[in-house]
Design a protein around this ligand. Structure first.
Ligand SMILES: NC(=O)c1ccc[n+]([C@@H]2O[C@H](COP(=O)([O-])OP(=O)(O)OC[C@H]3O[C@@H](n4cnc5c(N)ncnc54)[C@H](OP(=O)(O)O)[C@@H]3O)[C@@H](O)[C@H]2O)c1
Length: 336
């Protein structure tokens, strides 16, 4: 149902360390009106993502920082409720990078139409969207998995990690996941078919546990978290190992990056490759990625999980929860 007002979430304070509620402010404004070539969307789902923490700092990075007192933006799935574009009609569902608000105006090129017959529209923010594509290109292009190789993925029960492990299984690999609760490690093994999973929060010696989980060493390490966890995995790599460097969430709230072991000798002596990547490097191949991910979904080779928080007003809480590991699978906010 259409409301008469437009709630918006502004970014009002740059966090020092862990973000908290005081970084955000909910305000109310008028519903915007589209002009020719534009559409008016009602937000159905919004995505909270770890990379947004980097945008909260006032520093140079691969995406521009959020501006103070402006609306936060991120991945949104919306329904077209008014169209002044010949490319969209009322009732279409679209995905794009738009504001944290109930209603948004979008230009024709700012959004992509979603086919709700393939999967629920929310998946355009998860398995059939940015996180799924990150897993797909990072693992297949940089990881180059081969049958019977051992793949370790950290952040394994999150949006990206869960898909990485399952794609590795599709490619015939042995897969070990690292995650932060027993509920998560059990889920990885029982529901997603991982061969092993380790709870890094409770295990006294992570390296020892990983060695047991990976009796043949580590051929691919898909790094979502960095820090001590990655140090432990990298100490177990095999010759010609590949390390897709996807995220470093364990460091995002640190004021100073802690010094770690020097890993270059380990990479050198094992002829290993470590390569950082940003998913949009593969933007010209996104259609291919979505097609294959959708194919695996249809074939039931790939499962997805969504952790859904209700209400736009709870988006900040859902975002902060990412850093406490509150989500199993893709964290979304259902707005309407
Ligand atoms: N390169 C790219 O283009 C790209 C694109 C998308 C995402 N990423 C990166 O990929 C990673 C995963 O993103 P996602 O969207 O899939 O998020 P996610 O895994 O769904 O959510 C974040 C998870 O990180 C874990 N975590 C939080 N703080 C941690 C810490 N201090 N140490 C270890 N684990 C911690 C938590 O799980 P536990 O309970 O297991 O701790 C939490 O559930 C992030 O680092 C993100 O920045 C990169």
């Amino acid at each position: 149902m259409q409301q008469q007002m437009n709630r918006q979430i502004l970014f009002v304070r740059r966090p020092v360390g862990m973000p908290d509620a005081s970084c955000f402010k909910l305000v109310i404004s008028e519903i915007p009106q589209p002009v020719n070539g534009q559409i008016l969307l009602q937000t159905r789902f919004l995505s909270v993502d770890p990379y947004m923490r980097g945008r909260m700092n006032d520093g140079k990075s691969y995406v521009a920082p959020f501006q103070l007192h402006e609306i936060l933006d991120g991945g949104i799935v919306g329904e077209v409720i008014e169209s002044k574009s010949t490319n969209f009609v009322k009732g279409d569902f679209v995905v794009g990078n738009l504001g944290w608000q109930d209603y948004s105006i979008a230009g024709e090129r700012e959004v992509r139409k979603i086919n709700p017959e393939i999967a629920p529209v929310s998946t355009a923010l998860g398995v059939l969207g940015m996180p799924g594509l990150t897993a797909y290109f990072g693992l297949l292009e940089i990881g180059q998995p081969q049958q019977r190789e051992t793949v370790v993925v950290s952040g394994a029960a999150g949006a990206v990690g869960m898909i990485v492990g399952q794609i590795a299984k599709i490619h015939g690999c042995r897969v070990a996941g690292i995650a932060g609760s027993d509920r998560k490690t059990r889920y990885l093994i029982d529901e997603l078919g991982f061969d092993a999973a380790v709870n890094y929060r409770t295990i006294p010696d992570l390296r020892k546990a990983l060695k047991e989980a990976c009796p043949n060493g580590v051929d691919i390490y898909f790094d979502n978290v960095g820090g001590d966890i990655s140090d432990a995995v990298i100490s177990l790599i095999n010759n010609n190992a590949r390390i897709p460097l996807c995220g470093q969430i364990s460091l995002y709230n640190d004021l100073q990056i802690p010094a770690g072991p020097r890993i270059q000798p380990q990479l050198l002596t094992h002829s290993a490759l470590m390569k950082g990547f940003i998913v949009r490097n593969y933007a010209d191949r996104f259609d291919e990625g979505i097609r294959l991910l959708a194919h695996w979904l249809k074939e039931k080779k790939l499962k997805y999980v969504e952790n859904i928080t209700e209400g736009l007003e709870n988006a900040p809480k859902a975002f902060i929860g990412l850093f406490a590991g509150e989500n199993l699978g893709k964290q979304l906010v259902k707005v309407s």
